[in-house]
Write a protein that binds this ligand. Structure first.
Ligand code: ADP
Ligand code: MG
Length: 697
């Protein structure tokens, strides 16, 4: 039995450890740096580095690394040992404040989206003291931001920290008007992570899984998820053992792993941590994904984080639960107990509604990837259309605010902002709609469109910034009203009415999977950006460039470079898929089918020589040969399409060619292969089938 309290955070240089290991003065200085962002002088940094090193060595560490999140979407680390030679050929273990604060990894092999052309190739990593250092694989990991020498962000952490500051700045302004004085507002996130587990031996027999993380072929198994017998089902022993091991690893790293259960598809599971500050939640989610893979391997399993490992069964997503709270921990999206609290709640709610409506495009872009294109709009995940679910109760209240209508049929009550107290909405009544991309769930919003492998950084940079932008508009209006001596309640009421009225088209409480919604959304003028290439051009629109710049989150150059990386990544992923497909068809599938045709023909010849009926062999051989001819033709089309695609220089152009030409060609190849799989004898087929992969554990 493990003692959870004892191991929790045991590998983290957290506040308790800092307090214990640092001189009082240094601890105070560091705390100020963490809380207020003050600069740390080098002598304090030296003391902290030394204490970190001693603590890490005690725990068995030999190396340190600046741990960062380049635009690849995964984390990066370059290990250095603590050793420093001394005169007599021996070594001492050293770690300086300079090494803690700044590192200089060679930036040239990380995606920079053209920034390298204009700026220096070198980049540097800078310590993020708001995320605690931790030990992983005998290495002291220092969470860092990664920038170019020109100061441009080359990573996913820098803009996230900037966006947290942006939303804090504007939220503090609004709160001040309501008489809530706080120094800082913090955005909080709890990401629910879905994943698949498959047997490692079977996985290794499938090059598509090994290379692309998903199956490129595979006929639908006789049993998929139609019986709904996996969701919340009993967890199998091998999976249970994996989960126990995973929890232990995560707890040691101070990650609040909390909820685990089976998901809708066979072999699919979910892990949810308790929410925390967005910055930490992001770091923790990156670590969680990495450790899931590592622990799975120890159990003879492979953890698949691809958005769509298997066609025909649900893919994996990530639910990004998001809210804002004051530094003191008061959740700003929690309807309050007093009229003043409620007016404040409705103001923040109005800001989020306006933000989602005004920036549907940016939210959509933030979840766009080749992998997620297989899920969104596929009746298993929210549609590509961004809308918002508020639940009937809250929607009625908003209607009452805007139109002065009764919100409570029984009591015939009209909601008056700043005077009335909102009824409490039980969480249950608001949390039932699973088809909405963006749902209010009682005291937070749940952004459900993320793909499972998505870093949560992008979606939260977006959320924080767009909400900051709307809050700043509201703050401007209210500050002006106050300066003009207007009645505050009246001013708030007017601003909320005006905002809701202008943006109510984004609210939709119905079935997001339905055909009616597609039509209705079009009527409302909402965007339906079905694929990644459809979405990406919106990122760099004039108004989006201006907004990100206004809040100091991205410069224009950073935005263009990021968009370039997005396009590049999309094109590369699909090209790898296509090349793997071509390779498997040539090397495995065609030979397997030919072999089987040969067996069938030989059987026919042998049986024929006895004069028995060979109509079955004849028909089977003819059908197989027919499909094989079809497959070969489709393969040639795909090969030609792929060759043409790679001749297109600009990724932004390539992406559209991929969408319109190469993906349809890939689908055609798959169609033939899946038909052939069903016809070819088991022992002749070249890799494990869906049934084997999904039901082997
Ligand atoms: P479900 O969405 O499955 O009903 P929960 O209500 O348990 O699940 O919440 C899911 C996630 O939302 C958890 O990670 C939880 O910690 C997180 N969460 C709860 N409150 C907040 C908040 N104020 N800010 C951000 N995330 C939150
Ligand atoms: Mg949820």
């Amino acid at each position: 039995m493990i003692n959870v309290q004892e191991i929790f955070g045991s590998m983290v240089f957290n506040d308790a450890v800092m307090r214990q290991k640092l001189p009082k003065e240094t601890y105070k200085l560091l705390r100020r740096t963490i809380d207020e962002g003050t600069e740390l002088d080098i002598s304090a940094a030296n003391i902290i580095a030394n204490a970190m090193k001693d603590w890490a060595i005690e725990k068995g560490a030999t190396h340190f690394t600046h741990w960062f999140q380049p635009m690849t979407g995964i984390t990066a680390e370059k290990h250095d040992s603590f050793i420093t030679p001394i005169d007599d050929g021996a070594v001492i273990m050293e770690f300086s404040g300079k090494e803690l604060i700044k590192g200089e990894p060679d930036a040239s092999s990380f995606p920079s989206g053209g920034l390298r052309a204009t700026f220096e190739a070198r980049g540097y990593t800078a310590w993020d003291p708001t995320s605690y250092a931790f030990i992983k694989d005998d290495t002291l990991c220092i969470p860092t931001a990664f920038c170019s020498y020109g100061g441009e962000a080359l990573d996913k952490k820098t803009p996230l920290l900037r966006s947290m500051e942006a939303v804090s700045r504007q939220a503090v302004r609004v709160l001040k008007l309501f008489g809530t004085n706080t120094a800082k507002v913090i955005s909080t996130v709890g990401p629910e992570q879905e994943y698949f587990l498959v047997d490692k031996k079977l996985y290794e027999q499938r090059r598509d899984l090994v290379i692309t993380g998903r199956t490129l072929f595979g006929a639908k198994p006789p049993k998929g998820q139609e019986l709904d017998d996996h969701y919340f089902g009993t967890i199998k022993p091998r999976v249970k053992a994996f989960m126990a091991d995973l929890n232990e690893e995560l707890w040691k790293l101070g990650i609040f792993a909390k909820t685990e259960h089976n998901e809708a598809a066979p072999a699919q599971h979910e892990l949810a941590p308790i929410f925390t500050t967005t910055n930490l939640a992001t770091d923790h989610n990156q670590l969680t994904m990495e450790i899931m893979k590592k622990v799975a391997s120890r159990h003879g399993l492979v953890c698949l984080l691809h958005e769509k490992p298997f066609a025909g069964v649900n893919g994996s997503g990530k639910h990004n639960n998001w809210s804002l709270s004051t530094k003191e921990g008061v959740n700003l999206l929690e309807p309050g107990d007093t009229p003043r609290d409620n007016a404040q709640f409705l103001t923040f709610l109005a800001a989020v509604i306006a933000a989602v409506d005004d920036h549907q495009d940016l939210l959509r872009v933030s979840v766009a990837s080749a992998g997620n294109d297989h899920r969104l709009g596929g009746y298993e995940a929210p549609p590509a259309i961004i809308s918002m679910f508020l639940g009937d109760e809250l929607t009625e209240i908003l209607a009452s605010v805007v139109y002065d209508t009764d919100y409570d049929q029984q009591k015939k009550a009209v909601m008056e902002i700043g005077v009335d107290v909102l009824p409490k909405f039980p969480k249950d009544t608001t949390d039932r709609n699973r088809t909405s991309p963006f749902a209010f769930t009682g005291n937070k919003f749940e952004f459900r469109s993320l793909g499972s492998s998505n870093s949560v950084s992008g979606p939260n940079i977006t959320l924080n910034t767009i909400v900051a932008d709307e809050l700043s508009v509201i703050a401007d209006k209210l500050e002006a009203a106050v300066a003009a001596g207007e009645d505050f309640n009246k001013a708030v009421s007017a601003v909320i009415k005006e905002t809701i009225n202008a943006h109510k088209r984004i609210i939709y409480n119905g079935d997001g999977y339905s055909k009616e919604w597609l039509d209705e959304a079009a009527r409302r003028g909402l965007l339906n950006l079905r694929t990644t290439p459809d979405a990406l051009p919106y990122f760099t629109s004039e108004s989006n460039l201006a907004m990100y710049e206004r809040h100091g989150v991205f410069s224009k150059t950073e935005m263009f470079s990021r968009n370039e990386i997005h396009y590049e990544c999309y094109c590369k992923v699909v090209n790898i898929d296509a090349l793997t497909m071509i390779d498997m068809v040539n090397k495995d599938i065609i030979p397997a089918v030919m072999k089987y045709i040969h067996v069938v023909s030989e059987t026919a010849a042998a049986a024929g020589s006895l004069g028995v009926d060979i109509s079955v062999e004849r028909e089977l051989a003819a059908k197989l040969s027919d499909k094989l001819t079809g497959l070969y033709g489709a393969l040639k089309t795909l090969e030609a399409s792929n060759a043409k695609c790679r001749e297109i220089d600009e990724y932004s152009e390539q992406a559209f060619f991929i969408r319109d030409d190469m993906i349809p060609a890939m689908n055609a190849v798959r169609g033939y292969v899946d038909e052939l799989e069903v016809m070819v004898g088991k022992e002749y087929w070249c890799f494990p089938t869906y049934s084997e992969l999904l039901y082997s554990i």
